[in-house]
Design a protein around this ligand. Structure first.
Ligand code: CA
Ligand code: CA
Ligand code: CA
Length: 267
């Protein structure tokens, strides 16, 4: 016959088991999300983009995905944000730590539009470049893959545009003057593919020479090494999975603390 102490002990064991399972799920999910960090989801926008080379208002890019870039050498801070509407995909490259516009500063965005990877750029692979030729004039051009390498410089596809500037703005990262690049790329090049790839590099040629990358490492000639870009048909979720996972983790930890407290009292 079970006594009250046995029942309490069994209940505690079951609760401890449940808490452990939740903690394992939490840790596994953290590990999973770390493994997916080379991935960007491009949500459909709620707030329109004014392609003017700055955060036109604080909400302009608040509904976009965010990816932190890393310095190839040295230190720097830059972010990539993406979103889209029915006709265009928008990319913000916000180089927070480049506070001086100088000749040679540039930003390159490459798309593997069909997401078919490969070890050489194909015809669905595009490279868009904005380069400052002097502190007062810039150039915007494009390259397209040939199947074995990148083709020659051409004008950008119709509808593609970019603006870059280095002025104070409504930027939530840093309101003082720094380099910002805003691209608008026609969705037509993606040929209805929801699963594409992207890589971005932005350089502060003057004065630091530091290049920032997303994803962390990649080969510009090999689309198979670029980061995943998923074009979503819905807006960014207000309460994302990271919040849910963090909640499970906090609940698990609290459960274990309560159980340990009860066990100490019992002992
Ligand atoms: Ca803007
Ligand atoms: Ca491709
Ligand atoms: Ca610069």
């Amino acid at each position: 016959m079970l006594c009250w102490g046995d029942l309490l002990s069994r209940k505690l064991n079951v609760a401890r088991f449940v808490a452990c399972v939740m903690l394992i799920i939490f840790l596994a999910t953290i590990r999973l999300s770390q493994g997916q960090e080379q991935s960007i989801t491009c949500w459909i926008l709620t707030n329109p983009v004014d392609v003017d080379g700055k955060w036109t208002n604080p909400q302009e890019w608040s509904d976009a995905s965010e990816a932190l870039m890393v310095a190839q050498l040295g230190n720097g801070t830059a972010y990539v944000r993406t979103k889209h509407d029915a006709d265009y995909l928008y990319v913000l490259v916000d180089y927070v730590s480049d506070t001086v516009l100088g000749a040679g500063d540039y930003c390159t965005i490459r798309f593997d539009a069909k997401g078919d990877g490969g070890n050489a750029p194909r015809e669905d692979d595009y490279s868009f470049v904005l380069e400052w030729l002097t502190a007062a004039s810039s150039s915007f051009w494009m390259r397209q893959g040939t199947g074995v390498s990148w083709g020659g410089l051409t004008g950008p596809v119709g509808g593609a545009t970019v603006k870059s500037d280095c002025k104070p703005s409504a930027d939530p990262y840093f309101a003082a003057a720094h380099m910002v690049y805003e691209f608008r790329i026609p969705l037509a090049i993606f040929a209805s593919s929801m699963n594409s790839a992207i890589c971005v590099d932005v350089q502060d040629r003057y004065p630091s020479g530091i290049t920032m990358l997303w994803p962390t490492t990649y080969n510009t000639e090999r689309p198979s090494t670029w980061g995943k870009l998923t074009i979503s048909a819905v807006p960014i979720p207000e309460f994302n999975s990271v919040g849910i996972v963090a909640g499970i983790g906090i609940m698990s930890t609290m459960s274990l603390l309560v159980l340990n407290k009860k066990r100490l009292r019992k002992d």
